[in-house]
Each structure stands twice: as structure tokens, then as C-alpha cells.
Design a protein around this ligand. Structure first.
Ligand code: G6P
Length: 366
């Protein structure tokens, strides 16, 4: 293990550090500057089949589900096709209407999660078109789907998914770009996304250099018993994934909420002992997110802003900065500091980071 850790204290840390190269691998040979699109040959869908897709549904469990929610936002924004995500475990147990004009995407790092595999089997039985977004080549879900996009994250050992999740989202940005470019997405906008994707590895590298700053924030808040993670639209799945990471590896209770819903109930919980991590992308909703932080501050709640925007001085107790890229790709970058935050809180509390209690890396049983 020592050799495999390559000098890192644990696998989660190693895998977070590997993200720039993992993303570069996912992009390699798939971006096309000339036609401002992406090539995902493994999908096995020609332009006509891509144009016929009327809806996209992402299915996965745990972090893969949150990556799917980020994917749904990306596909809707870039291709203007209705898209959503659902936990594969829910999908398999209800009696879903299988839409023959939809493209279903089964997401799994391991490719062995039973709930996701069962969802794929149910879809195939009912004539749904399902592709995989899988990291492990030759895994059960990859085989059952027969086509899809490989994640190329490399082996992931830590139970908490980091680089695989990042590569899922990067892959869905390429899928959105591809679906968009056979529809209404202009060449100029496509080019903007291609450049934005190319910039990601260096930007992730830059976020990782903020590690000591995030550790400082973590130390100050590690003894909170509960934390809110808030975001809206692009920031909402980011907040959900951030809360999940904190829960799984630190055992601190975290709840993710849509920022605008705060005033409809959870605001009652805000006090000096309830820190809120607010995801603030530099987008058209910036003013709304500033309003959210003001509401929390007015009730005495500590605010940790994770942002690539300029926010008023003194509004947040802590500011964790992220480089600014193309707005559609913000969720990819904003997720990284939340991994670091969960990691450092867990480390501060002395948790077994790679093997959190009660959890398994891949759940292959009911
Ligand atoms: C388990 C892990 C999670 C993971 C989920 C899905 O519950 O603890 O970290 O996100 O399975 O795993 P998969 O291999 O399908 O992506």
C-alpha cells in the first residue's frame, strides 16, 4: 500500500491530487476544435440518432447520482433537451415509464453497483436505450450497456469518490456539447465550451494549491455538529455532493438545501452553531446568492462561501476561491474545494478517511 500511495497519507488524498491528469485523460482525443464539438465514439450513436434523442435521463447511486444531476443541468443548458437524474435504486423499484425517445445514462465508477445494474436490466427489458458512464472496463454495467463513455479516471480505491466523480461530470459536459452541436448550439458557443474543457486540468491544479487555506477553514469548523450546504441551479448538485462527502467521511451531519427554499423552513435552524457552506457561481444568480448569505448572516449563522465571483467584503466568514471558467462548467470546479473541506474536517476528527464506517466502495448486494 505504501508504494501505491506514492507518498500520500491515504488514497482519497492521492486521488484528489490525481484529478488534473485524470481529467486530461478523459478529454484526450475527444475534443474537436475545428467543428467545436466532442467525439464520443463509444456511444455508438451517429448524428441522426443523436438528433432523435428527445430526453436524457441519468441514473446512478450515491455520488454517481449527484454527478448525474450535474450532467442533467449540463445537457439541458448545452443541448436544450429536457434532462434529469434519478437514483437508480428508486428507478428500479418503481414502475418507470420507459420512453423510447429518451437516452438513459447509467453512471457507475465500479460498474458493479447492484441497484444501477438492476435499473439497466429493467430498461433493456422494456426497450429503453441505455448507455454506460463507467470507470471500470469490462465491469457488469459496462457489459450490460454495451456502449457508452468510459471515464478514464484510473483505479479509485477510497470509498469517497473524487476523481471518478469529476470525470463523470467532464464526460457529461462532452455529451451535452455533442448533443448541442447537432442541434442549436452555435459553433462559437461550442468553441467556448471546448476551450473551457481544455482549461480544466490547470484550473483544478490551481484549486488544489489552495489546500492549506481549506484546511484552515476546516479546522475552524470541524467541531460543528451540523452543517448546511446551499446552492441553487448550477450550485445545487454541487451542494448535495458536498454534503454527502462530509457525511460519509467525517460523520458530521450535513444537509443540502436549495438556497431559495431556505426561507420556507430550514432558516429556523440557523444560529451561531450551524455553519452554512454556500456555493456561489459567477453567474446570473449571483445577486440572489448574495441575498442568501445576507439572510444567514442576519440570523447569526457562520457563512463559508465557495465561489469564483466577487462577493462583498465581510459578507462571508470564510471565502474559498475557485478560478473562473465557462459558467456551464462551474459545477466541476466548485466541487473540488468541497472534497478538500470534507477531507480536512474528517482528518481533524481523526476519521478513517479511506474506509468510513458502515460503507463499502461498491455495493453489490441489496
Ligand atoms: C457506494 C459508495 C459511493 C458511491 C456509490 C456508487 O455507495 O460508497 O461512494 O458513489 O456506491 O458507486 P458506483 O461504483 O456505482 O459509482
Amino acid at each position: 500500500d505504501d508504494y501505491e500511495l506514492g507518498g500520500h497519507p491515504d488514497f482519497m488524498r492521492k486521488e484528489m491530487a490525481e484529478q488534473p491528469e485524470a481529467v486530461a485523460r478523459a478529454l484526450r482525443g475527444r475534443l474537436d476544435e475545428r467543428f467545436a464539438t466532442a467525439h464520443l465514439g463509444g456511444l455508438g450513436l451517429d448524428p441522426m440518432a443523436l438528433r432523435a434523442v428527445r430526453r436524457v435521463k441519468f441514473l446512478g447511486c450515491g455520488s454517481a447520482y449527484y454527478a448525474g444531476q450535474m450532467g442533467a443541468t449540463l445537457v439541458e443548458e448545452l443541448a436544450r433537451i429536457p434532462a434529469d437524474a434519478e437514483p437508480a435504486s428508486e428507478f428500479r423499484y418503481r414502475n418507470p415509464v420507459v420512453d423510447p425517445d429518451a437516452l438513459y445514462v447509467a453512471i457507475s465508477q465500479s460498474g458493479e453497483t447492484l441497484d444501477t445494474l438492476a435499473a439497466v436490466q429493467e430498461l433493456r427489458r422494456k426497450g429503453g436505450r441505455v448507455i454506460g458512464a463507467v470507470n471500470v472496463v469490462g465491469s457488469a454495467i459496462a457489459r450490460e450497456c454495451g456502449s457508452g463513455v468510459f471515464l478514464h479516471a484510473g483505479p479509485e480505491v477510497s470509498v469517497a469518490s473524487t476523481k471518478a466523480l469529476t470525470n463523470m461530470t467532464v464526460s457529461f459536459a462532452m455529451l451535452g456539447l455533442l448533443l448541442g452541436r447537432v442541434r442549436d448550439l452555435s459553433a462559437a458557443s461550442g468553441q467556448r465550451i471546448v476551450s473551457g474543457l481544455r482549461a480544466l486540468p490547470a484550473q483544478i491544479e490551481e484549486i488544489l494549491t489552495e489546500d492549506a487555506r481549506v484546511q484552515q477553514v476546516a479546522k475552524r469548523h470541524a467541531h460543528a455538529r451540523h452543517m448546511f450546504f446551499l446552492g441553487r441551479v448550477r450550485g445545487w448538485p454541487v451542494a448535495r455532493e458536498g454534503a454527502q462527502k462530509l457525511k460519509e467521511i467525517s460523520y458530521v451531519h450535513a444537509e443540502a438545501y436549495q438556497s431559495a427554499e431556505l426561507k420556507h423552513g430550514p432558516l429556523a435552524l440557523i444560529d451561531a452553531d450551524m455553519p452554512s457552506v454556500v456555493v456561489v457561481p459567477h453567474d446570473e444568480l449571483l445577486a440572489k446568492n448574495i441575498g442568501t448569505m445576507e439572510q444567514i448572516r442576519a440570523r447569526g449563522g457562520p457563512v463559508i462561501a465557495v465561489t469564483n465571483a466577487e462577493i462583498p467584503e465581510g459578507l462571508a466568514d470564510e471565502v474559498i476561491r475557485v478560478p473562473r471558467g465557462e459558467p456551464e462548467l462551474d459545477p466541476i470546479l466548485l466541487t473540488i474545494p468541497l472534497q478538500l473541506l470534507a477531507y480536512h474536517i474528517a482528518a481533524e476528527l481523526g476519521r478513517d478517511i479511506d474506509k468510513p464506517r458502515n460503507l463499502a466502495k461498491s455495493v453489490t448486494v441489496e
